[in-house]
Write a protein that binds this ligand. Sequence first.
Ligand SMILES: Cc1ncc(COP(=O)(O)O)c(C=O)c1O
Length: 365
Amino acid sequence: MTFNHTTVTEQAIANAVATLRSGFLSEGAQVKRFEQELSTRLGLVRPVALNSGTTALHLALVIAGVKAGDEVIIPPQTFIATGMAVLMTGATPVFADIQLHTGNLDPQSFAAKITPRTRAVIPVHWAGYPCDLDEINRIATEHNLAVIEDAAHALGARYRGQPIGAISRFTAFSFQAIKHLTTGDGGALCCLRPEDERRARIRRWFCIDRDNSPPSFLGERQYDADEVGFKYHMNDLAAAVGLGNLEAFPRVLARLREIHTRYRNAFASVPGVTLLEQRDDRESACWLFTMLVERRDDFLRATRSRGVPTTVFHQRIDRNSVFGGVRRDLPNMDEFNQRQVCVPLHAGLTDEDVETVLAAVRAGW
Ligand SMILES: Cc1ncc(COP(=O)(O)O)c(C=O)c1O
């Protein structure tokens, strides 16, 4: 049994071969189709396909106007990519506390960290469970801040009847190798505002407007780049893989949710386990199964000795030297960091694997 898994369908392999044979690998028809399918099948609003989730976060920050000297509020419970994207703009990441019962940004702590220099907030949907988006968006609107959801774990999640990717000004997704839906590496930035989408499309490729830069007599495209642009676009090979894998996405998500429910039902009565919150107004994408346990080292030793690769997945990022290397007073983060642990949750688990996980945890530590 492994902790991570990469789901690649036969259709994705066939699509990749066909694209490799097509003679066109750059950003073209497959990328357009992938964006359309993300929109029609999953309800994502104006998805702009990119080459990673990190570049989606960075592009959103740039389009929101975040620059050196500004502050961006983020939770420490995330992958370091969230903080790196902020640093790439020259702005300072300001770490707010999380909720102990979700691992997500605490709206009250977010509000308390706002200063006149704050420009944006990046709520991260930890493990695929949606943050308190109404509260976060309300506070952000009051202070004129851009909300950029980090939905790297949350493709397919829903909040109060709407899909993640249709709620805040920006939402960044990742299609990296071990995500629910992979393109090898890849990402998408959803934009509620048409003008943000337009800037994202242009700036993902060197600030050249592909659709409105006809070739001149000399042969090259005619364009006038008016801002800094990036090489952040998705290519057709990645999009072809994504299109093939998209066919399996509903099945993958349903399987993850089924296993997630079995774990919750079984672990609720295990002494020493505290389950994370699960409210009726939102549906998790169930990308990880994180829980809080007592005597975590003992838990890890015992479950591993029973054949289950249990892991602490992503420790807090705020103590890295690149963020100043200082100890911050974030009590919920401190406790979560001591007690959180994940058991394997992915589409590669057999029913027998799931039974092994259930038995390994039930046996105690
Ligand atoms: C919470 C979070 N944000 C951002 C990223 C970055 O995504 P990518 O690897 O596609 O750049 C990841 C990657 O796993 C992540 O877990």
